[in-house]
Design a protein around this ligand. Structure first.
Ligand code: ADP
Ligand code: UDP
Length: 237
């Protein structure tokens, strides 16, 4: 698959066209950002770790019946994916309180949320990804009601599959963010699932093993991602 024209440089990935108009190449960079791009650092090995981590998770989801954009790994830090018409909305599910939910509602980090909480955010850095609901999505035409329903269903299915996968590796899936897009008239999971976009705690010690290590200057960011990968059995070399 030939790498074509550069399409887009995001905060963590660069997107390229290919000779197939229906496929893109995602290049996972070492760049790591937080607070809507205000804090940025380059972390050695992060791009390759996340590329392989994402491939592993996307394949597990596909096998469990969640349609994803992932085709195959192309190199250490590149993957071939289906080209989606992205929906500019982030779908978040939370099993345990943390992050912006704790801040917004004044609840302690670490409370079990049963049943899990679902939230939509608008993907818009200058506006700091504001929280929205299905009425905003409908009013502004970001997705149809049918698509909203499918995104929610697919996000909850992902939660069930991954909660179990991480639990078997001694990890708590605290929360995560997904992005969806349209391919051949159907909704498909896009973007990535890596420790950059979820919260994972050690089940015994509740130690943070995700991007909160970067947000809070805890150190050992990529080492924690690699430890999660090792526990799951993600082949890193
Ligand atoms: P950000 O947009 O948050 O800075 P990235 O650096 O991860 O994020 O950039 C990747 C971009 O590619 C994002 O805008 C994402 O929505 C988009 N994207 C991810 N997967 C696909 C896909 N399969 N087809 C089209 N666009 C995609
Ligand atoms: N998240 C993300 N991208 C965003 C916003 C959130 O990947 O632009 C992830 C984040 O890593 C966490 C979950 O979504 O796993 C919920 O994030 P939260 O709303 O708590 O925001 P945060 O305080 O992490 O910015």
């Amino acid at each position: 698959m030939k790498k074509g024209k550069h399409l887009f440089t995001g905060k963590a990935k660069t997107v390229y066209e290919t000779d197939d108009p229906q496929r893109l190449i995602l290049l996972f960079r070492n760049d790591t950002s937080a607070f809507d791009g205000e804090k940025v650092e380059r972390l050695e090995r992060k791009g390759a770790t996340n590329n392989k981590f994402n491939a592993f998770i996307m394949q597990k989801l596909e096998a469990a019946g969640v349609a994803t954009h992932f085709d195959r790994l192309l190199s250490e830090n590149e993957s071939l994916v289906k080209r989606l018409d992205m929906i500019p909305v982030e779908c978040v599910v939370r099993n345990i309180s943390a992050g912006s939910l704790s801040k917004r509602l004044g609840v302690k980090e670490g409370e079990d949320l049963n049943p899990p909480v679902f939230e939509f955010f608008l993907k818009n850095d200058p506006l700091h990804d504001p929280m929205i609901n299905e009425y905003h999505i409908r009013a502004f035409g970001w997705a149809t009601d049918g698509e909203v329903e499918v995104m929610q269903k697919m996000t909850f299915s992902t939660n069930e599959v991954l909660k179990k996968l991480f639990a078997d590796a001694g990890l708590l899936l605290v929360d995560f963010k997904l992005e969806f897009g349209r391919f051949d008239g159907k909704l498909v999971l896009g973007d990535e699932f890596t420790p950059d976009g979820c919260r994972l705690w050690d089940a015994r010690t509740r130690e943070k093993m995700d991007k909160d290590r970067f947000r809070r200057d805890l150190g050992g960011v990529v080492e924690a991602y690699e430890e999660v990968a090792r526990r799951l059995g993600v082949p890193l070399d």
